[in-house]
Design a protein around this ligand. Structure first.
Ligand code: AP5
Length: 192
């Protein structure tokens, strides 16, 4: 089974590379951002609360996210080839919860960290904001999302470094060239 925890700053290419990984390896894709946006689109009371958090560029509380992940893992089909965890975990507390859950279900994972220069991240998100309609793709919110990333999510890299499953990737290159690096890590690590 191939489980990839795909981390990186906003705009680093997590969603883009997840699609490439799904196509090549036939695994499932769990984007916590997509799950949260679907809840907002449903118009539920919970969705309204989430909208208020996401549109400001803040993180949704850990307890709520843990519920999403628990439900997801518990409902995986027996023949599942693995999962790309796109955008989870974003705090060390979330990483600890995920470790416990993966242990409970006897699942291994590797963590791939997409590293991209800040100016490039901002440019990508501003460009996407012209067409995406995402409430958080505007310059002020992008800057806040990046600050939240540095404060709350970057320590997650150290957590996985200590676990010995941390693999950085240079995400500044064109999409196919980023995927070549990811492929080589996955192919090497799954042969062990
Ligand atoms: P989420 O939807 O996960 O947003 P994000 O992390 O801000 O990431 P993005 O979707 O903006 O970027 P990406 O890295 O996926 O890059 P993409 O491939 O799209 O989360 C949204 C919000 O939900 C969070 O801010 C938070 O509030 C909440 N949330 C989600 N998970 C949570 C959690 N676990 N805990 C708490 N809260 C949570 O690419 C971006 C653009 O760049 C695209 O236009 C793409 O075409 C382009 N691009 C990608 N790669 C390249 C490349 N190599 N070269 C050129 N362009 C590229």
């Amino acid at each position: 089974m191939l489980n990839v925890i795909l981390c990186g700053a906003p705009g680093s290419g997590k969603g883009t590379q997840s699609q490439f990984i799904v196509e090549k390896y036939g695994v499932q894709h769990l984007s916590t951002g997509d799950v949260l946006r679907a809840e907002i689109a449903s118009g539920s009371e919970l969705g309204k609360k989430i909208d208020n958090i996401i549109s400001k560029g803040n993180l949704v509380p850990d307890e709520l996210m843990l519920g999403v992940i628990e439900n997801y893992i518990a409902s995986l089909p027996a023949d599942c080839k693995g999962t790309i965890f796109d955008g989870y975990p974003r705090t060390v507390a979330q990483a600890e919860s995920l470790t416990s859950l993966l242990e409970k279900y006897r699942m291994d994972a590797i963590m791939i960290d997409l590293l991209v220069d800040e100016q490039l991240l901002i440019q990508r998100l501003i460009d996407r904001g012209k067409v995406s309609g995402r409430a958080d793709d505007n310059l002020n919110t992008i800057r806040h999302r990046l600050a939240v990333y540095h404060n709350q999510t970057e320590p997650v890299a150290h957590y996985y470094l200590h676990q010995g499953i941390y693999f950085p990737v240079n995400g500044n290159y064109a999409m196919p060239d980023v995927f070549i690096q990811i492929e080589s890590i996955i192919d090497r690590e799954t042969k062990r």
